[in-house]
Design a protein around this ligand. Structure first.
Ligand code: ADP
Ligand code: ASP
Ligand code: MG
Length: 417
């Protein structure tokens, strides 16, 4: 069971979480619980680091930001004890959760589950702070923002759990963010591949890494709400959204003889910036001189378009990078101006990437066409396009984000009745 920040935000909420955990144990389960810091706490701690030193040491940043989860794990253990349950906390370094040494974005390597399993078998509820780990030389690490989801999946894999229930402030995965589009519909199932694409293009309901880990380790993941009454249906009846394999989904659909929508979900991401280099020579190797240095600097380039060469054998190249990397990108490109041989850099942070995702795309043509037409009908201009087997993304003006998501939601027949 994993509880996110809003679920852990304050005494009343943690008390409610304790009751949900107690009920799950009473239903006959051995339970390990992974918790986030209270909502807003990690942001607060990150700010202290920035104030201390804008060029802070990432290892010390991890020491600071990992503390939020230490507080909530201890508090939940106390609340469980108050309800008469046996419970104890297991901090990242106590298990330990071993990670690599990429501070602030560490990857989990192993979790020693021996002590954990013994304690659970003895009827004790294990409460584990998410987000934190330990390097080989015993320094504290954190897993990147939203990383408690990944901690939960990793713990579930380590103890070979029947299921990993991710409790949050919405009751499942929706066709799009239900806080932005009122007509969003809750999905009963989403495939791993779809969830992976949705998470990576902006649906922050699950951290992307948690989904790839669940897929790799075969962990059954359910997303459901912690904002429930005592008489709500039990988690075992799967009231939320299950993340399933495509085979499992097909089996279920055949059983129900049900048609699935072509598009499963729509996501928006405002964290990218668009960069255009004008008048680059249209010759072999020109593009490599742009993207080589960016790759070396660990800057992730996402969408790329190269225009048709005009009369002088020159072309414009446009691509997107994370907004956080825009300044570094511009500096690197300026350094390389002579090697690349462009005329001007034009940067624009006021863009949004809108993506439609669905495994149904594999077997159906026309998905992209529907998207372009629906946007054109509302006068929304497309600045760049990228696709994968189960995803189409377009780059548009940031001001048109909500409108675009709503228009596409309707165009693909996703609106709730
Ligand atoms: P937690 O603190 O529990 O980890 P998050 O804020 O990380 O919660 O994730 C839950 C939020 O994800 C929801 O409140 C919702 O606004 C957002 N969200 C974005 N896209 C979706 C989606 N497709 N379905 C459900 N929630 C979504
Ligand atoms: N508390 C961390 C964050 O805010 C980890 C998490 O909540 O998943 O990013
Ligand atoms: Mg989260």
């Amino acid at each position: 069971m994993k509880f996110g920040g809003t679920s852990m935000a304050g005494t009343e909420r943690i008390r409610r979480v304790a009751r949900i955990v107690q009920r799950q144990q009473a239903a006959g389960h051995e339970v390990a619980v992974v918790v986030s810091a209270m909502a807003g706490e990690t942001d607060r701690l990150v700010n202290f680091c920035r104030e201390a030193n804008p060029l802070y040491d990432p290892a010390e940043y991890d020491v600071v930001v990992a503390s939020g989860e230490q507080v909530t794990s201890g508090l939940l253990a106390m609340h469980l004890q108050a309800l008469g349950c046996k419970a104890r906390s297991w901090l990242g370094w106590q298990l330990p959760v071993r990670t690599d040494d990429a501070h602030a974005k560490a990857r989990i390597e192993t979790i020693d589950s021996e002590a954990l399993l013994a304690s659970m078998a003895a009827g004790e509820i294990a409460v584990i702070p998410g987000f934190q780990g330990l390097t080989a030389d015993n320094r504290v690490t954190t897993l990147g923002r939203g990383g408690s989801d990944t901690s939960a999946v990793a713990v579930a894999a380590a103890v070979k759990a029947d299921r990993c229930d991710i409790y949050t402030d919405v009751d499942g995965v929706y066709t799009t963010d239900p806080r932005i589009v009122a007509k969003a519909r809750k999905l009963k199932n989403v495939t791993f591949e779809e969830m992976l694409e949705l998470a990576s293009v902006g649906s922050k309901v699950l951290q992307t890494r948690s989904v790839s880990l669940a897929m790799k380790e075969g962990v059954r993941v359910q997303v459901l709400s912690s904002f429930i009454d005592d008489d709500a249906p039990p988690a075992d009846s799967i009231p939320g959204t299950m993340i399933v394999s495509e085979d499992e989904l097909i089996g279920e659909l055949e059983g129900l003889e049900m048609e699935r929508q072509l598009i499963t979900g729509i996501a928006a991401d405002k964290n990218d910036a668009k960069v255009t280099l004008t008048r680059i020579a249209d010759r072999p190797g020109a593009v490599a001189t742009i993207f080589g240095p960016l790759a070396e600097a660990n800057i992730n380039v996402d969408m790329i378009i190269q225009n048709v060469a005009k009369d002088k054998g020159e072309t414009d190249v446009t691509f997107t990078v994370p907004q956080a990397d825009l300044a570094r990108t511009q500096a690197l490109l300026e350094e390389q101006k002579d090697t690349i041989g462009y005329y001007r850099i034009i940067a624009d942070s006021k863009v949004a990437k809108i993506s439609v995702v669905g495994v149904g795309m594999r077997s159906h043509a026309g998905v992209a066409g529907t998207m372009f037409k629906a946007l054109a009908d509302r006068g929304i201009n497309i600045q760049a396009i990228s696709t994968s087997e189960i995803k189409v993304s377009v780059l548009i003006d940031e001001d048109e984000t909500e409108l675009a998501v709503r228009v596409l939601h309707t165009a693909y027949g996703l609106d709730a009745a």
